[in-house]
Design a protein around this ligand. Structure first.
Ligand code: ZN
Length: 129
């Protein structure tokens, strides 16, 4: 595997607790380990993290839960595995995080707030467009 490409990106993740963190994501190729979203007991692919804690060396301590068979596992996983889990997680949540990132990017949150406030107050009329 060629690991000479050390380009990385910073990703913002909102934890279930509401805390927002920024993680550095290194692109080092495909992970070879089992996907964290897959339950080893029943092969259900809807495993969700119940808790996230930062662990040493850029790893994460996760409490994983399978909604199908109630399998629980606490373990320390590396960033690639956690990124993969995030990608596989519930589509609705992923889209919400994506929207949030889009709004945050380009500092548009304030604009949008002003816009929706104006809409509520009927301050924007069709002739404004
Ligand atoms: Zn299961």
């Amino acid at each position: 595997m060629n690991q000479n490409h050390d380009h990385h990106s910073i990703r913002r993740i909102v934890l279930p607790s509401g805390r927002c963190i920024e993680v550095v994501h290194f692109h080092l190729g495909e992970a070879t380990t089992r996907g964290l979203h897959e339950c080893p007991d029943c092969a259900c692919k809807l495993v969700q993290p119940l808790q996230w804690n930062e662990a040493p060396h850029g790893c994460w301590e996760l409490l994983l839960h399978c909604p199908n068979c109630d399998w629980l596992e606490e373990g320390v996983f590396d960033q690639d595995q956690v990124d993969d889990l995030e990608e596989q997680m519930d589509q609705g949540l992923a889209e919400m995080l994506c929207d949030l990132r889009r709004l945050t990017q380009g500092n548009m949150a304030e604009e949008i707030e002003r816009f929706t406030a104006a809409l509520r107050g009927d301050l924007i009329l069709p002739e404004d467009f």
